[in-house]
Design a protein. Structure first.
Length: 297
């Protein structure tokens, strides 16, 4: 079986109330990336954050973070796209990635393409109410085709985020028409009870995703659980030849790791590496992951 690629999803927009080890500043993000690399991660996914933890959209901050990460390690880099300009037009939304790609010191290895539009209103099961009721993550087909086309002129590879099977079908159509080249990389999104937009983080939720990934295509999939504990599913993902995207951006992992009541991102990644070795599957270095996924280092 191919080696396991671990992606560290280190911060998203997570707070520090439950686990203080969520990195926010460029220094903290670069340090977490380096530690995750040492623990077995081949890819780091991050969102730039302001001093108070709020979303930071300045492309100069992204450039600073990527420079720092590249100085410290060889981990592959996957910044967010959604943060830049969800409300902007397609050209505006991809431009920061294209700007970062011009300089080898700031060039990311992946840019996310969420292959459809979805409601992203959080649900509060305790209050039996939604926290918002008009939050839409808008990704029209025209926008996604523009992203895919623009990325082709760079060495940044598309990273397809699949919230449900409709997104998977859109992704396969993009491959079919040549808008996304193989080997293609897709993240199967699962979410906790507070975000009903994707598949649930259960064996059934994962299985309903994987049954629609064709085996006769050169497609590699990874799985994540935003708002839920992914560790229980990791042995199944390892066994099925998938890859793992995990970190404090998605879940606090309080008391989930022996000897660490509030684990760091690296400790969570280390646990996944350990589970993989126990299952007899080796963990890929960034260089090996780049080879599997057709990424230019
Ligand atoms: Zn993200």
């Amino acid at each position: 079986m191919n080696k396991l690629i671990i992606e560290a999803r280190i911060n998203e927009y997570a707070g520090r109330g439950q686990n203080p080890h969520v990195p926010w500043s460029p220094e903290e993000i670069a340090e977490a990336a380096t530690q995750c690399r040492e623990a077995g991660a081949a890819i780091v996914h991050f969102h730039a954050r302001a001093e108070d933890g709020s979303p930071e959209h300045d492309v100069a901050v992204y450039a600073d973070i990527i420079r720092r990460i590249k100085t410290e390690s060889d981990i592959l880099i996957h910044p967010t796209l959604g943060a830049f300009a969800n409300d902007g037009d397609a050209a505006q939304r991809i431009q920061p990635i294209l700007d970062l790609a011009k300089d080898p010191q700031t060039r990311p290895h992946f840019a996310p393409l969420d292959m459809g539009t979805t409601n992203i209103d959080a649900y509060n099961p305790a209050a039996k109410a939604f926290r918002s009721d008009e939050a839409v993550y808008m990704n029209t087909t025209k926008t996604l085709l523009h992203f895919a086309e623009q990325l082709k002129a760079t060495e940044v590879r598309p990273y397809a985020s699949l919230w449900n099977v409709g997104f998977t079908r859109q992704f396969l159509a993009f491959i079919d028409m040549g808008a996304i080249a193989e080997p293609a990389f897709a993240c199967l999104i699962m979410t906790g009870d507070d975000l009903p937009a994707a598949h649930p983080g259960t064996e059934q939720g994962l299985g309903a995703h994987t049954m629609f990934i064709p085996k006769d295509r050169n497609i590699h999939w990874t799985a994540m659980n935003h708002g839920g504990d992914l560790l229980a599913l990791v042995p199944k993902i390892i066994d099925e030849g998938g890859h793992v995207s995990i970190g404090l951006g998605d879940w606090n992992y309080i008391d989930a790791i022996d000897g660490a009541s509030t684990p760091t991102n690296a400790e969570v990644v280390g646990r996944v590496s350990e589970l993989s070795r126990l299952a007899g599957r080796e963990v890929a270095t960034p260089t090996e992951a780049a080879e599997i996924l057709g990424v230019e280092i």
